[in-house]
Design a binder for this molecule. Structure first.
Ligand code: AMP
Ligand code: MG
Length: 445
């Protein structure tokens, strides 16, 4: 007699759903629905760090503005160098000094050099600098005024002589005007997130204010009757709301304005009101919980009713299912309730979406290769983001091993980990010693 079966006995195919989207398809669908923010504001240069440029920075000057010395040494005319073919040396008269911010005003003739410091404007008639380490000082020179008994050139007497050898090239050790930035050139483009180096570059152009895109406003809340906020007492079956804290932390690191709307109970009317009020304030709403097929999971239905609901199953773990859509002009991300799923879906979908919304440029998490020290198992049919710890070995290579338990509710696995280990959809096992791709968490900032 065959054993009794029911239509939906557990099977390996449970995690496979022909309707689900791949991570790439989900990203592409999300991107399609986003119109990058266009509103701009003017900010003082220091306040623009990490902000997104709304207008290109075009150079109003040449940088450097004058041709200057790249070394401490002696400036001279390149065509007055000793003859390299004959390997000769030649003596030159030092006729003056040039400092950064204090140029030499005269010109330099054949047989003459000018003592010059790094950054000093090249004197007239000079196009070449000989490093001071490459000259010999001629200490006593007959018949030259002011040099008798003077040691070297660093005296106030000023005039002395030096000897230069033949291994020099005309034009050496000189920074040309405009060699870093030419007049009128595009220095930084629209959509660029300004780095510390960018602030320096903009300052080097003498620009004190920049036009940037306004920051996106993000409203977020947790949903669930079981959730208590920190400071409240837990009743039977209650848990503390941790998602609002991980979301806060992940958002805080980005350049966004945050609106924390607290914990909302699983009540369709209250949820609907909260959706509408969040949509009136924010560019993006992020919720956690209530996106599954349980009886208290209302998020998808409410989004369908008052907005557009795009999809809700992704072939990934953790992170399935996820709701994405919009309420008028506000984007909506309904993340799963499980704490690890919240972080995984935030990093894979929400953060890239916020980046695109804020800048119009695309940036997905950095992926690098590592040697996997532990063997890994998974089911086919879904992309897995296992939690790992990577480190750089003495030979410079990156190795990775998985953290302990991998359940979607085990938030400490995220806290112990410093990267996701990426296991492609069709893979079922990876042996220790094989290569694997990882996403370091520290690149998510
Ligand atoms: P749900 O998607 O609402 O069914 O939630 C899935 C699981 O995640 C349940 O065990 C919830 O109790 C848990 N969960 C939901 N929201 C939170 C939250 N804000 N903080 C911690 N755990 C949560
Ligand atoms: Mg729930």
């Amino acid at each position: 007699m065959p054993k009794d079966t029911i239509k939906h006995d557990p099977s390996c195919a449970d995690d496979y759903d022909a309707q689900s989207k791949s991570v790439e398809q989900a990203r592409a669908s999300i991107k399609q629905l986003i119109s990058p923010i266009k509103d701009t504001e003017k900010l003082a240069l220091r306040d623009s760090l990490n902000r997104v440029l709304a207008q290109p920075v075009i150079s109003p000057i040449e940088v450097p503005s004058h041709t200057n010395s790249a070394m401490d040494g002696y400036a001279m005319a390149g065509n007055d160098l000793p003859d390299g073919e004959k390997a000769t040396t030649k003596n030159y008269q030092v006729i003056g000094k040039a400092f950064a911010g204090n140029p030499y005003e005269g010109s330099c003739e054949s047989g003459q050099v000018i003592r010059i410091m790094t950054g000093a404007v090249m004197p007239e008639g000079c196009d070449t600098v000989i490093m001071q380490e490459h000259v010999e000082r001629v200490e006593r020179v007959e018949g030259v005024e002011g040099v008798e008994g003077v040691e070297g050139v660093d005296t106030d007497k000023g005039i002395t002589q030096i000897k230069i050898g033949s291994n020099h090239k005309a034009g050496q050790n000189v920074r040309q005007a405009g060699e870093d930035i030419a007049l009128g050139s595009d220095v930084l483009n629209v959509g660029r997130r300004l780095t510390p180096a960018d602030l320096g570059v903009i300052a080097s152009l003498g620009i004190s204010e920049v036009a940037v895109i306004r920051r996106p406003r993000i409203a977020f809340f947790s949903t669930g009757d079981e959730l208590k906020s920190v400071g409240e007492t837990l009743g039977k079956g209650d848990i503390y709301d941790s998602n609002r804290y991980t979301l806060f932390g992940m958002l805080k690191r980005l350049n966004v304005d945050i609106i924390d709307m607290g914990v909302i109970v699983d009540d369709p009317q209250i949820l609907k009101q909260t959706f509408l009020s969040a949509a009136s304030m924010a560019d993006v709403i992020i919720t956690s919980g209530g996106v599954s097929v349980g009886e208290a999971d209302y998020i998808k239905d409410i989004l369908d009713e008052i907005g557009d609901c795009d999809f809700w199953k992704i072939a990934m773990k953790p992170g399935r299912p996820l709701t994405f859509g919009s309420i008028e002009n506000t984007l909506f991300f309904g993340l799963p309730g499980n704490p690890v799923s919240v972080m995984a879906t935030f990093y894979q979908f929400v953060q890239p979406a916020l980046h695109y919304l804020a800048s119009g440029t695309v940036k997905y998490p950095l992926t690098i290769q590592a040697n996997c020290l532990t063997s890994l198992r998974k089911r086919a049919g879904r992309f897995e983001f296992q939690r790992g710890i990577y480190q750089q070995e003495e030979n410079g290579e990156i190795s990775v091993q998985k953290t302990g338990q991998q359940g979607s509710g085990i938030l400490t696995s995220m806290s112990q980990a410093n990267c996701f280990i990426l296991l492609p959809v069709e893979m079922t096992q990876l042996e220790a010693g094989e290569k694997v791709l990882i996403q370091p968490f520290d690149s998510f900032i």
